[in-house]
Write a protein that binds this ligand. Structure first.
Ligand SMILES: *Cc1c(COP(=O)(O)O)cnc(C)c1O
Length: 224
């Protein structure tokens, strides 16, 4: 059964209000399907494995903005540093420093989001709200001249309980507002709230998302 990527893309885009951008999550889907979305005008794509991403980035147009959304090992950073537009899944100080170091080597500034862990699942990565506050309060991030903190990313619990999803997303929203006020009041770059996937993005939009990361609703089910 073939997926009508172009049709799905326009359906999703039409459902997004102004101010909410789409990250088309293309992991496990081949380059030719990404190309279909690209030809329809989509430019931001999300991937979660370094090797798969590097192969696709080499094969596809250079004006694609690749967002890294999976757990990133520090020893993989150098492979993506030359071209990655944003690492949404920064989950440790060590990783942030390595991104900064590799970006400097490439004479680039890499945009990053801090990943929050609010879901109940143990398996998910990310900072607790307090760990996030601590990192910013420590202030050392201000010396990282080649990485730029542009906001927060989170994945809500995988549940049918919409109220729980909403609660987690609103907690993220409140933390964003707090950090914005405290550390980035005059920095227009700190503006992203990346939450919402195929099954929960309509909730995310009502909870202040500015970036939705959608895979299945565009490209169909992934076969791992
Ligand atoms: C895979 C993935 C998505 C997309 O999930 P879908 O349910 O296919 O829309 C979003 N965010 C992250 C971090 C992912 O790993």
């Amino acid at each position: 059964m073939s997926t009508d990527v172009a049709k799905n893309l326009h359906k999703v885009l039409n459902s997004l209000p102004t101010g909410v951008d789409l990250v088309a999550v293309s992991k496990f889907h081949p380059a030719h399907e990404i190309r279909v979305a690209y030809d329809e005008g989509q430019r931001i794509f999300g991937e979660s494995h370094e090797q798969e991403l590097s192969q696709k980035a080499a094969a596809l147009p250079k004006d694609i903005q690749w967002h890294f959304i999976g757990h990133l090992q520090t020893n993989k950073v150098r492979h993506i540093a030359p071209y990655i537009a944003m690492v949404e899944s920064v989950d440790s100080w060590k990783l942030l420093c390595e991104i900064n170091r590799q970006a400097e080597k490439c004479h680039r500034v890499i945009d990053v989001l801090l990943e929050l862990h609010l879901a109940e699942e143990e398996t998910k990565y990310g900072f607790s709200p307090d760990a996030c506050r601590k990192l910013l309060a420590a202030g050392e991030w201000r010396n990282l001249t080649h990485s730029r903190i542009c906001g927060l990313m989170m994945m809500a619990s995988h549940t049918d309980d919409e109220e729980q999803i909403r609660r987690e997303m609103l907690t993220a929203r409140q933390l964003f507002d707090e950090l914005k006020q405290q550390y980035f009041p005059t920095d227009p770059a700190f503006r992203h709230r990346s939450w919402g996937m195929s099954h929960d993005y309509s909730i995310a939009i009502r909870c202040g998302s500015t970036l939705v990361r959608i895979g299945t609703s565009l490209f169909g089910e992934r076969t791992y």
